[in-house]
Write a protein that binds this ligand. Structure first.
Ligand code: UTP
Length: 440
């Protein structure tokens, strides 16, 4: 007899199909995966956990009694008549504990690998801080912005604190490379000088400048700047790779025998730059790049999402994804493109050497610009009136065949500062930051 929610006739059918004995008693035990954060959405990371659970169950139960799909494991437990109800509960609890231990072990295994690499001095950190921060509207590099904490620490100081704490924890000094732009380089360097590098050893901080690309007008012709020279604009965060090569950052990392490089954005005050689990995962999987994701808050959240492009790993920006794709769901009803990328990625140094030599595709952006027209007059755009070209760092993923993606908790690792108010503003970032540190 099957003890479950089926009718008697259905139970008999199932029992026959499974070759179960009519005289024995069975219990049907199911293990469901609960969608994280929002309705009906399971991610690869969760499905992987499901596989671990399946593996653990198979250690104790014959294979023919276990059935799995992406978010559920069912096993048929043959009851031993001698076991009372309490014995069965005890068995089940032991069983659950074993599964939990196995999941913990997996994380511990990654952590051990990662901690070793960090302690050996194999990790370097790059912060991309060359953006214009137009939406925030702050007069100066975004890293110098004060998000309104009681301490009035700037974003740069907040990031520096994170690195200093990691240095202390792992008894190393992690080299920190900061990418600036031509426009904000001296303001950034001066800020660090004025604040005495926030106590970080100066020899372990290096600035490097991203490149620029010419801007064109709406007629497609190259624009002139106010001095009559070709008008340039920053080449986007994808410029990080070629500028690391050009400015000797890759060379410096090689000299320091770095193996893994975390590249993150300046505008996330909860960015976890030193993460042994991510390093361990990448090492264990044998991949040259690993990234972090959070579950997309809804189909229309303005974030880039992980995807595959021509079978290779990639990210599609919110501004470039079609409405159909944004809303597309898979067979389980989950968003097909539901893993937001966080600008938190770990690259093997050998991968950086490779991609720094390659050309990334250009994406165009319609922007307000001030330029000199054919009559020598200065035109100040009040509305977008020109195009700039940008490269995106995540377009480099496609050259690396495969990558590992680790889903993390939004409230623990993602507090972006993008807009002056509303979503992803200093106010929301401050609250997330305070909330996170309250529990530490
Ligand atoms: P965003 O794409 O959010 O751009 O940058 P942004 O410049 O900060 O802000 P808006 O769009 O003008 O309002 C994501 C990360 O990439 C860096 C930024 O500094 C930020 O850390 N970035 C962006 C660069 O380093 N260089 C760039 O050319 C663009």
């Amino acid at each position: 007899m099957l003890n479950g929610s089926l009718s008697e006739a259905q139970e008999d059918d199932v029992a026959n199909l499974l070759n179960l004995s009519a005289t024995d008693d069975y219990k049907v035990i199911t293990c469901h995966l609960k969608p994280e954060n929002h309705k009906d959405c399971f991610a690869d990371a969760q499905r992987e956990k499901m596989k671990i659970i399946e593996k653990a169950i198979l250690k104790f139960v014959p294979k023919e009694y276990v059935y799995c799909n992406t978010n559920r494991v069912i096993y048929i437990h043959k009851e031993n008549r001698k076991d009372g109800k309490r014995d069965f509960r005890k068995k089940l609890e032991e069983f659950q504990k074993k599964i939990q231990d196995q999941l913990e072990e997996e994380k511990e295994k990654y952590d051990q690998i990662g901690i070793e690499k960090i302690k050996e001095g194999k990790l370097a950190v790059v912060t991309m801080a060359g953006g214009q921060g137009t939406r925030l509207g702050h007069n100066g590099p975004k890293g110098t912005f004060d998000i309104g904490l009681e301490s009035h620490k700037s974003i740069f100081e907040i990031l520096c604190d994170t690195l200093k704490a990691a240095n202390q924890k792992y008894e190393v000094t992690i080299p920190w490379y900061i990418m600036t732009s031509k426009e904000n380089n001296s303001a950034t360097v001066n800020f660090f000088e004025e604040h005495k590098y926030f106590g970080y050893p100066k020899g372990y901080i290096q600035f490097f400048k991203q490149g620029e690309l010419p801007m064109v007008g709406e007629d497609g012709k190259v624009l002139l700047d106010e001095e009559g020279m070709i008008k340039f604009a920053s080449d986007g965060h994808g410029g990080v790779f070629s500028s690391m090569l050009r400015d000797g950052v890759i060379y410096d990392m090689k000299a320091r025998k770095i193996k893994w490089v975390f590249i993150g954005a300046v505008d996330n005050v909860l960015v976890k730059m030193v993460d042994p689990t991510l390093i361990g995962l990448a090492e264990d999987r044998g991949v040259l790049v690993a990234g972090k994701s959070v579950v997309k808050a809804g189909p229309h959240e303005k974030v880039g999402v992980f995807c595959k492009k021509g079978g290779k790993p990639g990210v599609i920006e919110y501004s470039e994804i079609s409405k159909e794709m944004v809303e597309e769901r898979d067979a389980n009803g989950e968003l097909k493109y539901g893993e937001s990328q966080l600008n938190c990625n770990l690259f093997a140094l050998e991968a950086l050497e490779k991609v720094s030599e390659e050309k990334l595709p250009y994406h165009s952006a319609h922007k307000k610009a001030t330029y000199m027209d054919v009559n020598g007059e200065i035109i100040k755009g009040k509305e977008p009136n020109a195009y700039k070209f940008e490269t995106f760092f995540f377009d480099a993923f496609g050259s690396l065949d495969d990558m590992a993606i680790m889903r993390v908790k939004r409230e623990e690792e993602f507090a972006p500062v993008k807009n002056a108010d509303g979503d992803d503003s200093p106010e929301t970032a401050r609250k997330l930051y305070q909330e996170f540190w309250k529990t530490k």
